[in-house]
Design a protein around this ligand. Structure first.
Ligand code: MN
Ligand code: MN
Length: 289
């Protein structure tokens, strides 16, 4: 069912674990992101692609990647958020890197709650058309438009860098400046920046950061976004120790050709390759460096 170009294995011991979160109850406009995990897995078939990344990492032979299936999202929101936190914590307990398939963007709050218990100094790189910094949306503080407001208020991370933004409101700009968020807006993005993070880095990737021409399978179409090429160039230039990734907001009902799911798969592959390459480099360098 799931293979990421043949890279996913069955193993008790692993470095990277894929986890699905079929949840869209906090989507304010269209439901459908709950079907995201299965669409991403389906698009990852080795019948269509190989396990190599662009930088030459073979995901099948250079690391052990497993798929732990989906979190149980059948309960109410409180219960589901606890299940998410616990499932992520179980992966972090193994010293492994979680790669999470969403689901709407509300899931990033319980995910980062789990991370904050393992990483006291965590940086966060957030790809999105929207800052997702509303104090609440229509009275809902757990909406998919609010996760980063909750994460900042709770002091769960050290640094937040947002990229791809092109739909910020005045209220969200004020919150961003209050918390010292670096907001890289599309209107200012002339060249792809070389980003460097000193703390362990979590990446949260909302697929609507991509231009709808490249990724139409999302609830909120916001023209003028990133190209898939720009994203891969940015990831290849990124200097960081990546400790987790979520790819959220895939809405398969708006993705008849599967092109958005294919983008999600390739983002996951390139990030997994980055993680493996970083670890290989670290292991080769002399002790204490
Ligand atoms: Mn979002
Ligand atoms: Mn968004």
């Amino acid at each position: 069912m799931t293979d990421f170009g043949g890279a996913v294995k069955k193993s008790e011991v692993y470095e990277i674990a894929i986890l699905g979160i079929p949840f869209d109850e906090k989507s304010c406009f269209l439901k459908g992101a709950a079907l995201g995990p299965q669409a991403i897995r389906r698009a990852s078939t080795s019948k269509a692609l190989n396990p190599f990344t662009e930088l030459g990492i073979n995901l099948e032979t250079e690391a052990t990647i497993v798929d732990l299936g989906d979190v149980d999202t059948s309960g109410d929101v409180d219960k589901t958020f606890i299940q998410i936190e616990e499932a992520v914590a179980r992966i972090l307990d193994q010293g492994a890197v979680p790669i999470i398939l969403g689901g709407d963007h509300s899931i990033t709050f319980p995910i980062i709650k789990a991370f904050s218990k393992y990483f006291h100094h965590l940086d966060l790189l957030h790809f999105d058309a929207h800052p997702d910094l509303y104090p609440d949306l229509y009275g809902d503080r757990l909406s998919h438009a609010c996760p980063f407001a909750r994460i900042l208020e709770a002091g769960l991370i050290k640094k937040l860098v947002q990229i791809g933004i092109r739909a910020a409101t005045a209220e969200q700009r004020a919150i961003a400046s209050k918390y010292g968020v670096t907001m890289i807006e599309m209107k200012d993005l002339k060249v792809i920046p070389r980003l460097n993070f000193t703390n362990p880095l979590y990446i949260s990737f909302d697929l609507d950061s991509l231009d709808p021409a490249f990724a139409p399978g999302v609830a909120h179409h916001e023209p003028g976004g990133l190209s898939t090429r720009q994203v891969f160039d940015l990831l290849h230039e990124l200097e960081a120790n990546i400790v987790g990734l979520d790819v959220v907001e895939l809405n398969p009902s708006r993705d008849p050709s599967g092109i958005t799911a294919a983008a999600a798969v390739k983002i996951i592959k390139e990030v997994a390759g980055h993680i493996i390459k970083h670890r290989q480099k670290k292991n080769r360098s002399p002790i204490n460096k």
